[in-house]
Write a protein that binds this ligand. Sequence first.
Ligand code: ATP
Length: 364
Amino acid sequence: MSTPNIVELYGVTKAFGALTVLHDIDLGIREGEILTLLGPSGCGKTTLMRIIAGFEATTHGRVTIKGSDVSYLPPDKRPVNMVFQRYALFPHLDVFDNVAFGLRLKKWPKERVREAVQHMLHLVQLDDYGSRWIHELSGGQAQRVALARALVNAPSVLLLDEPLAALDLKIRHHMLAELKRIHQETGTTFIYVTHDQDEATILSDRIVLMNKGCIEQIGTPEEMYAHPGSLFCARFLGETNILSGAVSATDSEATFVNVGPGTAKVPANGTAVLLGQSVSLAIRPEALQVARIGAGEAAPEGVNALEGVVDDVVFMGSRVVYSIRTPIETIKYQETRSLDGSMLARGERVRASWRPEAAVLLTR
Ligand code: ATP
């Protein structure tokens, strides 16, 4: 049986004046998952999250949490809490009092507050920081305090709006691992907003990719990477090569596409196409095989292959990324490098090929 939804959005539409920024969003968020709202700046991620939190009202549509319609409830009456990009900690309170704030508002007895705050500070690994002032903390530590403060009320859903954006890359990666651990220890449902596909991929059980106020695609990071449903998704999640062409033949098992001088064969995956239709093929750089063509040697013919010249070589330690200029596109090829393996050099003639299953046929 699949996990029940804890949050459900039905036909959520949001307009600011004449500008509609969310269009008829239907979405179910499963209990206990980390779900990421991913998309470019301005696509409506934060607005959608603020609607779930209750900071914005919908123009049309409903939000339910744990089966109850919360569309008209203010934020403090919803079983959610939110962590902001800029932490929003109280500078005049120390770490302990920042975390204790919400519990004291609820008039918890002193001893219970102390226990709960200590438990939270332990969870975020700041056991000895209770009496520190906020300005004495690093960015990563301040973000942990913000997390502790949001989690101490034991919300059913924690909303995180680009919580790591203000941190530098190394600390961000460390904090992602920490977030995963804290998620596991608390079992709370996390809804996370980011425009960073790496963060989304590392963290998420599922990603909701948004584009111009609509949901473009929903899936696990692996599904989205291996089976993008559109050019937008293929491009947004990771590097990809896009080859444009026209359908030249179809049968029950495969679609054939003219790409430049050659032909590509893609397994039929249920996508309906017409003869002559313009389509794209997405092929990940690591899915190519590349072989040298010797001087004076003719390039071998074949489907799913392009001849080209190495234009650029970028050494990245354990991997190397090549740009290969072909008659139709400059494509990227990525190889994992063994320490004694030789690298291709600029100017070398090569043949790039791929297995039929490595290409994804895209019609939009
Ligand atoms: P970013 O990654 O830059 O934060 P986002 O995907 O979170 O972007 P939103 O902040 O949700 O996008 O904004 C979506 C659209 O709604 C944008 O065009 C934005 O200008 C507009 N918008 C957001 N809040 C308001 C508001 N209060 N009044 C008017 N327009 C708004």
